[in-house]
Every structure is written in structure tokens, then in C-alpha cells.
Design a protein around this ligand. Structure first.
Ligand code: PLP
Length: 388
């Protein structure tokens, strides 16, 4: 027997990281691999954290976050969704990723399974596998109107060992958003079967035709088996801070206290003061940032539409384009060669599970100038690209 558990030993490394390594630290490469903007965190957020640090807010905190931050999250959720949550249903976490891992640890026993709606950010599926679950992927299909989900396939994938259904809306990499009627049908199914829904809403503010995406918080009763994950990373340009939060069902507070205690024992207090500033004073930035992503989306969509061989799939939210190139079957090689030959960084579709094998993802949360240059490079690269 090896030293490390088989679940870890057999985990797939992310092909996104494979490509990213080729471009890391090379300023000549336009990096659109990862899901992050090219702008740093706004100054008022950094200042609040720096002030708190200078004031000596450097001690242990309550596991689920300091009371002022939990109150700020209550206010924020009320303002966005008109829903008033008790602070006992909220936990601050060390990132959205950490939130997912805590939920997986809380719900999954070895031998259980999780149904994931794909294409999906791969880390979620890996977190479930680390906890011993088999992941059943239910692939959406892409067409001229975007991505669509067949709920019947989700229901059919569930059995007596299914602990959780995972979805992200707006999605990464698809930008798909769940319709309220589908969310209601999914919730009714989950309630009846005692299966949890993990609704990943980290892109809730990166939307183009509304102020905020639909949330399961708008339809879930307090004791429904719904776990909503959110993050400071995307809406407030705080990817490097590693801050997220969970809203879990009534009755889970003691268990999340324990899970956080034994994983991270909470988040640095000075960072929490940055988060309070983001929630309380961040609306202007969020609006500006979503607008900037909208400009990037416009540039990328317009250019991809004009490229020979390229079929772009329309998205509704988040900040990724997903496209196919006629004749490209090996997206990992395509993305690796794009880094070395065209100096552009993108993510191969095979990283995102079923349904995206032939797609390529790029993040357009970048300046218009950078995106225009990136599209020029991509157009030339695609024009000449041939598989061996
Ligand atoms: C769908 C989705 N969920 C969760 C995360 C995690 O975000 P973070 O760990 O930066 O909070 C990401 C990051 O890319 C994501 O795309």
C-alpha cells in the first residue's frame, strides 16, 4: 500500500495548470487561462485591511467570522435577494474552494456519489473525490442559443447513494444560468429524495442583463437541503485573498463550526475587514467591473464570430468565452501550442469534464487593448493551426 490514500494518488492534475505552467512568469504571454481579472483589488478594500492590520487585528477570530462581517453578509444578501438570513446560517471560509471542500467533508462518506452538471470547474469534482465520492457527470449540450440542461438526465443519474447535486450558475466555463422554473424543479426533487444541492454562485454579479443572477436563496426554505457557496474573488477582484462564504441549512451551525475549526480555524481578521469594506462600499466597483467584463465580452464575441473555423457558444454570465475550432480534437495540445507559438494562454476543454472535450475557454476579464491584441494573435494562430 502506498503512503498516500488512493483517492489522492489517483487524482487527475488539472490540464489548466499544465498549460498555465508554460506561460507563468512570462509577461509576453497574454494570460487568459485562469478565472481572474487583470485589475488589482480596489484601494478602499486594501486600505481597510491594511488599517486593521496596523491596528493590531492579528489575533484568532471566531471560526465562522467576526460578528460585523456576518452582519454585513446578512445585509448584503438582503439587498441582493430580499432574503433575511440569520447569521447562524452563514460561515465565512478561506475561499470559495474551501467552502466546497467543507461541504464535501460534511456530506460525503466513502462510496457515496455526487452528480455534477458539466462542463464544470474541475476542482469541485476533485474535492468530492478526495472525500471518497464517485462523480457522475451530467453534460449540458451547446447550441446556437448557448448551453442547455436536460433535468431528466440529472434525475436519472441520482440513486440511493447520491448525496449531492452540484451546479454553478452562472457557470464556469459555460456562463450558463439556471432558469427559476428549473431551479424549482431541482429543489422539489432534492427535497423529496433528501439529496443536497450545492449551488455555486461565485459569479452572481458577473451578469450582463440584470444586477444579480438568480439565487437558490430566493426559493429555498431554511431547512431545505441547499448549500449556497459564494466568494469575494470574482465580484470584487479579490482572487488572491482567498475569502468565500457558505449559506447552509438551518441546524448546521455546530457542524460548520467544527469543520472550520479543524480545517483552517477561521480567516485572518484584517482580511475580514477588507471583506466588510467590499460588501459595504463595493457596489460602485461591482457595477464598473461587470460593465468592463461586458466590454470584453463584446470584443471577444465579435472577433470570434468573424474567425474562420471558430464556433463560439453564447454565454449569459461569468467572464469566459467557450468556443470550438473546426478540425481541433486535442484541445490540450492546441492550448499548449497557443502559449508557445502565439503567446496566448487559454484553458483546454478536457479540463471541464463531459460536454467540453472539443471546446477552448478563455477569460475575458481583461482590458479592451489586451483582448484586441489577444484576438489578433488568436486569429493568426487559428488560421495556421493544423493537428499533426
Ligand atoms: C465555479 C467556481 N466556483 C468556485 C471557485 C472558487 O473561487 P475562489 O476559491 O477563488 O473563491 C471558482 C474559481 O474559479 C469557480 O470558477
Amino acid at each position: 500500500m502506498g503512503l498516500i490514500r488512493a483517492e489522492i494518488d489517483t487524482l487527475e492534475d488539472s490540464p489548466i495548470v499544465d498549460v498555465w505552467r508554460l506561460g507563468y512568469g512570462r509577461p509576453e504571454v497574454i494570460g487568459m487561462f485562469a478565472g481572474e481579472p487583470d485589475v488589482p483589488t480596489p484601494g478602499f478594500i486594501c486600505d481597510a485591511a491594511a488599517r486593521a492590520m496596523a491596528e493590531g487585528r492579528t489575533f484568532y477570530t471566531p471560526n465562522r467570522g467576526i460578528p460585523t462581517l456576518l452582519d454585513a453578509l446578512v445585509d448584503y444578501n438582503r439587498a441582493q435577494y430580499g432574503v433575511t438570513l440569520p447569521t447562524r446560517r452563514i460561515a465565512l471560509t478561506g475561499s470559495g474552494m474551501n467552502a466546497v471542500m467543507l461541504i464535501a467533508q460534511g456530506l460525503i462518506s466513502p462510496g457515496d456519489n455526487v452528480v455534477a452538471i458539466t462542463p464544470s470547474w474541475p476542482n469541485i469534482m476533485r474535492a468530492c473525490e478526495i472525500c471518497g465520492a464517485g462523480v457522475r457527470e451530467v453534460a449540458m449540450t451547446s447550441g446556437a442559443c448557448g448551453w442547455s440542461l436536460d433535468l431528466e438526465q440529472v434525475f436519472a443519474a441520482c440513486d440511493a447513494r447520491t448525496r449531492m447535486i452540484y451546479l454553478a450558475s452562472p457557470g464556469n466555463p459555460t456562463g450558463w444560468m439556471i432558469e427559476r422554473a428549473d431551479a424549482e424543479a431541482l429543489l422539489a426533487f432534492a427535497r423529496a429524495r433528501g439529496i443536497a444541492i450545492l449551488s455555486d454562485e461565485v459569479y452572481h454579479r458577473i451578469v450582463y442583463d440584470r444586477p444579480v443572477a438568480f439565487s437558490f436563496l430566493q426559493i429555498a426554505q431554511p431547512d431545505d437541503p441547499v448549500f449556497v457557496v459564494n466568494s469575494f474573488s470574482k465580484s470584487w477582484a479579490m482572487t488572491g485573498w482567498r475569502l468565500g462564504w457558505i449559506v447552509y441549512p438551518e441546524g448546521c451551525v455546530a457542524n460548520f463550526e467544527k469543520l472550520i475549526q479543524f480545517n483552517t480555524s477561521g480567516v485572518a481578521e484584517f482580511l475580514q475587514h477588507g471583506a466588510i469594506a467590499a460588501l459595504g462600499q463595493g457596489e460602485e466597483f461591482v457595477g464598473y467591473f461587470a460593465g468592463r467584463c461586458g466590454v470584453g465580452r463584446g470584443i471577444v464575441n465579435e472577433r470570434l464570430a468573424r474567425m474562420q473555423r471558430v464556433r463560439n457558444v453564447p454565454n449569459q454570465g461569468s467572464f469566459y468565452a467557450m468556443f470550438e475550432v473546426a478540425g481541433v480534437t486535442d484541445t490540450l495540445t492546441f492550448c499548449k501550442r497557443a502559449v508557445s507559438e502565439a503567446l496566448i494562454g487559454m484553458a483546454p476543454g478536457i479540463a471541464f469534464g463531459k460536454g467540453a472535450e472539443r471546446h477552448i475557454r478563455l477569460c475575458y476579464a481583461k482590458s479592451p487593448e489586451l483582448l484586441t491584441e489577444a484576438m489578433d494573435r488568436l486569429e493568426r494562430f487559428v488560421g495556421e493551426y493544423a493537428e499533426p
